[in-house]
Write a protein that binds this ligand. Structure first.
Ligand code: PEP
Ligand code: MN
Length: 350
């Protein structure tokens, strides 16, 4: 064996030792990652990394210069961090697995996420007893069980109707109880959440609040199902992780809602992202519904959008219905009249 060969043999042996040591280190990093996840500590800890580097520089006997040492160890930190993040991602609570394929949620005898499609209809905003009663009656006539209606409205302009608040909640409770329906009402923050809770069956988190992480954490502590709407410009990943906040905080009953996203298109109010439906159905075990009214912003294309949503695998649809849409205090252009609603329901059966 010549000198180069024998030196190379040593290098090979050292590489193998390094390989073992690196994997040993990765295993311990994974253990640390698990522990951090358990106590809710972030994976990335730049201060700790700097401390390690400072110590290694102090100990460095050379000939490797400190700059190379730093470069190598930064790569090692990064690789271990990526491993830890992969481990955390594979353990997401929303993730569809063989053991958990589909969440079903039952409220007052109505099951969401099961074999029967979920139909949620009702006015954009609760405006009066007569208005809500008329819609409730139409729902009962068509066999729909979920009545939506906003008591707090997230309006673009502060000068527009903001919702009836507590009065609206009281009407919603009275009317859903009288008609045997299940209520869906949006809450805007922790105060309205607490105010609304005694009056409603399903909590809605609107598109504008999908990123409100403190609110998502608060919802996680509530024992009522939640409809979580996709943010106006949120990616599917961001919607999934917003749901993860609620599950992680302790509430497993989350229903995801695609409601259209902002694009350059102006023919519709938003662009209904049909792809989101199969992606969410494939990657999570949560029920997925589609709000076709806020996606379209118009009512002439609701039936094809509903059909497309159901064909793509949605568990149900939501749409706005108002006895006199032309006089509605919000979203007048997109709400179905009662006659249009009956026709829509007939169309859905075809
Ligand atoms: C609503 O459903 O009343 C509503 C305001 O919708 P979004 O949050 O999707 O805009
Ligand atoms: Mn609306």
């Amino acid at each position: 064996m010549n000198r180069i060969d024998s030196l190379r043999k040593k290098v090979d042996e050292l590489n193998e030792q390094l390989l073992d040591l690196l994997n040993e280190r990765a295993k311990i990093a994974l253990e640390i990652g698990k522990e951090k996840q358990r106590i809710g500590k972030p994976i990335y800890d730049p201060i700790r990394e700097e401390e390690i580097l400072t110590r290694l520089i102090e100990l460095n006997p050379g000939p490797l210069p400190n700059s190379s040492l730093i470069m190598i160890f930064r790569e090692i930190f990064k690789a271990c961090r990526m491993l830890q993040e992969q481990q955390t991602d594979s353990q997401l609570l929303i993730k569809k697995t063989k053991e958990k394929e589909q969440t079903t949620i039952t409220v007052k005898g109505v099951t969401i996420g099961g074999d029967t499609p979920t139909h949620i209809f009702g006015p954009c905003a609760i405006e009066s007893r007569t208005q809500l009663e008329q819609v409730a009656e139409a729902l009962v006539k068509t066999g729909c069980r979920l009545l939506r209606g906003g008591a707090y409205k997230p309006r673009t302009s502060p000068h527009r109707f903001q919702g009836l608040g507590l009065e609206g909640l009281q009407l919603m409770k009275e009317i859903t109880e009288a008609f045997g329906l299940v209520s869906v009402v949006e809450v805007m923050d922790e105060r309205t959440l607490q105010e609304a809770l005694p009056y409603i069956d399903i909590i809605q988190i609107g598109a504008r609040n999908m990123y409100n992480y403190p609110l998502l954490k608060a919802i996680g502590q509530i024992d009522k199902p939640v409809i979580l709407k996709r943010g106006l410009s949120a990616t599917i990943e961001e919607l999934k992780l917003a749901a993860e906040y609620i599950l992680q905080a302790g509430n497993p009953n989350v229903i995801l809602c695609e409601r259209g996203i902002r694009t350059y298109e102006t023919a519709t109010r938003n662009t209904l992202d049909i792809s989101a439906i199969p992606v969410l159905k494939n990657e999570t075990h949560l029920p997925v519904i589609v709000d076709i009214s806020h996606a379209a912003g118009r009512k002439d294309i609701l039936l094809p959008l509903a059909r497309a949503s159901m064909a793509a695998g949605a568990d149900g649809i939501m749409a706005e219905v108002h006895p006199n849409p032309q006089f509605a205090l919000s979203d007048a252009n997109q709400q179905l009249s009662l006659e249009e609603f009956y026709a829509f329901m007939e169309g859905l059966k075809e």
